[in-house]
Design a binder for this molecule. Structure first.
Ligand code: UDP
Length: 246
């Protein structure tokens, strides 16, 4: 169920999108936690797309605070560690909500794990209504299940909300055949198939997220969040990025 309405702005072909960012994107140059100026900068990027009338869903990871796998590696029960990771994503979602609202963008944090005093529980039809009213919906607590990641949560919610694409904001401007930080001769793909991402283990998103996107024909656009104005530019088809599709 993809949103089929005409975009509000001629600048972009998109009317409803999912923006996925990792928790680490919010920590700036620190090794941990939240860096408020960075959160504010990303909020500004989101606002400039919101100003076009695009309906925006967001999923933010939790890796800047806690990752289930690292907890498990230190002897913690995996499911407990994963629940801690999911709670970390709620903190990041609240930080992004505060930053967006300071810029005058209305938002809702919607959690897969009900915590009524803090944010809304996830009810699909309600979330769709928020989007129609141009509220940015920040989906928190992942899928609500251990053994998953927020990449899968982003793909799941993007499908449920009828998003036209997932925009994955990273530190690099697309998907490369090898790590561009380590290998200067790494080549960026313009377009790459879901199956190649899986077969070559290109590290765009985890395998369950890629498979869920593939099975529902949901394009994933990988771009750099470090470029000022980058998110809006990418929505208008400018700049460098990689499209993962069939
Ligand atoms: N997590 C989970 N189920 C989900 C989503 C997330 O258990 O549906 C946990 C998992 O432990 C994960 C942590 O939350 O390590 C933080 O999410 P993620 O690693 O995806 O964050 P990112 O790498 O994007 O910052």
């Amino acid at each position: 169920m993809t949103s089929s309405r005409t975009p509000d702005s001629p600048e972009t072909k998109y009317q409803r999108v999912m923006l996925k960012i990792s928790g680490e994107a919010l920590m700036g140059d620190q090794g941990f936690g939240l860096h408020p100026p960075t959160v504010q900068r990303i909020a500004q990027e989101v606002k400039s797309v919101h100003d076009l009338g695009v309906e925006i869903c967001m999923v933010i990871g939790g890796g800047n605070i806690f990752r289930g796998l690292s907890g498990a590696a230190q002897g913690m029960e995996r499911t407990t560690a994963d629940y801690m990771g999911m709670l970390a994503t709620v903190m990041n979602a609240l930080a992004m909500q505060a930053a967006l609202e300071s810029l005058g963008v209305f938002t809702r944090v919607i959690s897969a794990i009900p915590m009524d005093q803090v944010c809304e529980p996830y009810i699909r039809r309600r979330a769709v209504r928020h989007l129609e009213k141009k509220r940015v919906c920040i989906f928190a607590a992942g899928t609500g299940n251990p053994y998953f990641t927020t990449d899968t949560a982003a793909t799941l919610r993007a499908n449920e909300m009828g998003c036209q694409a997932i925009f994955k904001g990273t530190k690099v401007d697309g998907v490369y055949d090898k790590d561009p930080v380590k290998f200067p001769d790494a080549k960026r793909y313009e377009v790459v198939s879901y199956d190649d991402v899986l077969a070559k283990r290109l590290g765009v998103m985890d395998a369950s997220a890629i498979a869920l996107a593939r099975d529902n024909n949901l394009p994933i656009i990988v771009f750099s969040l470090d470029e000022p104005g980058g998110f809006r530019g990418i929505l208008a088809g400018r700049g460098t990025y990689t499209t993962v599709c069939g």
